[in-house]
Design a protein around this ligand. Structure first.
Ligand SMILES: Cc1cc2nc3c(=O)[nH]c(=O)nc-3n(C[C@H](O)[C@H](O)[C@H](O)COP(=O)(O)OP(=O)(O)OC[C@H]3O[C@@H](n4cnc5c(N)ncnc54)[C@H](O)[C@@H]3O)c2cc1C
Length: 327
């Protein structure tokens, strides 16, 4: 492997950081650039401030709810995080809500949660990367011969580790990579955080909601994170989210009412917050792990059979392997 290879990874979500870490460990010079103040992307953890509640200052996951590991490659990383207490097995049992109510439970794979928030896992993986620049919003990726320019700075390879529409915004319309993104259609999401004075609902870990115009999934964040704080996180249906993207706070009343009815909460939340995701999930995943033409690489959770945390990791590492194999 040529130590002189210089790679820019644009996007510091899990896919970008996984790609960058694998390249760095193989001796490649890597720079990670992310427009957020902190890494993590959709593994997003917020600090609850100004709630007036005794647990003010606590963190809550507002993007991905949990992670699962179905492959050895990702399972090894999750086990290493678990050994250090960064992730804990949360549950393999969720309730399912139908028109009849919250009546059944369904078992599935073990879902892992992060007591300190899922964002911390991405930051942990990035810890040994020498150059991480954030916040830094990249505006343009262009080509010059075999090189690539990232806002005018020359690299051998640029990795775009983000949802397709965000990557397409950086590329010239006639760039070969842009054509590889045209298939990606994305849905949006809203996340309601509802913080209560006390627990006022029957116990559950999470609820998959069927046939609701408002809600898709509800997680008990106190049980998920293990501090038992009375905090629920409700994810809205994509159609409702799309209708409220310009003013997510306007959806608060609707979401709180739907949540209260769903779980039979006996009190109203003392504090709420709604977070928007314009690009939450790809509608039809791509079935390939990545795309790479020797100069520009594309990765992220869209490049997989299911758009999820594990897919982001596998996509980023697969692209890193392709870069390493080509040199
Ligand atoms: C509401 C919600 C719930 C979810 N629930 C789950 C779940 O329970 N389990 C699960 O496994 N998955 C879940 N997911 C999916 C999971 O979050 C993603 O699969 C994973 O985090 C994607 O990682 P990524 O690196 O591919 O993309 P991202 O995390 O989106 O990372 C892309 C990064 O690129 C950066 N970026 C974009 N444009 C630029 C630019 N121009 N310049 C610099 N940086 C830029 C962004 O700031 C971001 O950090 C959920 C997602 C959402 C939105």
């Amino acid at each position: 492997m040529s130590a002189a290879l210089r790679v820019a990874v644009v996007g510091g979500g899990l896919s970008g950081v996984a790609c960058a870490t694998r390249l760095h460990r193989a001796g490649v010079e890597v720079v990670v650039l992310d427009r957020g103040h902190r890494l993590g992307g959709r593994m997003a953890t917020r600090t609850m401030r100004g709630t007036g509640l005794p647990y003010d200052g606590r963190v809550v996951d507002v993007g991905a709810s949990y992670l699962t590991a179905s492959t050895d490659a990702f399972g090894e990383l999750v086990s290493a995080w678990a050994a250090r207490g960064l992730v804990v097995p949360w549950t393999d049992r969720f309730h399912v809500a139908t028109a009849r109510g919250l009546d059944a439970t369904s078992t599935g794979p073990v879902r892992y949660a992060a007591p300190g928030g899922l964002r911390g896992l991405v930051e942990d993986l990035a810890a040994d990367l020498p150059v991480v620049i954030a916040p830094r919003s990249v505006e343009e990726i262009s080509r010059d011969g075999d090189d690539v320019l990232v806002d005018g700075e020359r690299f051998d390879v640029a990795v775009l580790a983000m949802p397709g529409p965000q990557a397409a915004d950086l590329l010239a319309d006639d760039d070969p990579a842009a054509a590889q993104l045209e298939w990606q259609e994305w849905s949006s999401a809203l996340t309601l955080v509802a913080a209560y004075e006390r627990r006022c609902w029957e116990e559950f870990d999470g609820v998959f909601v069927n046939d609701s115009p408002e809600l898709l999934f509800v997680a008990d964040d106190g049980r998920r994170r293990g501090d038992d704080a009375p905090v629920l996180v409700a994810h809205a249906q994509a159609e409702l989210a799309a209708a409220h993207l310009d003013d997510p706070a306007r959806a608060t009343g609707l979401l709180v009412a739907a949540l209260t009815a769903l779980i039979g909460a006996r009190e109203q939340p003392a504090w709420t917050d709604v977070r928007r995701w314009s690009l939450a999930r790809v509608v039809e995943p791509g079935l390939r792990t990545h795309w790479y033409d020797g100069t520009v690489g594309l990765c992220g959770d869209a490049w997989s059979d299911v758009s999820r945390v594990e897919a982001a990791y596998l996509s980023g590492t697969a692209l890193a392997d392709a870069v390493l194999a080509s040199r």
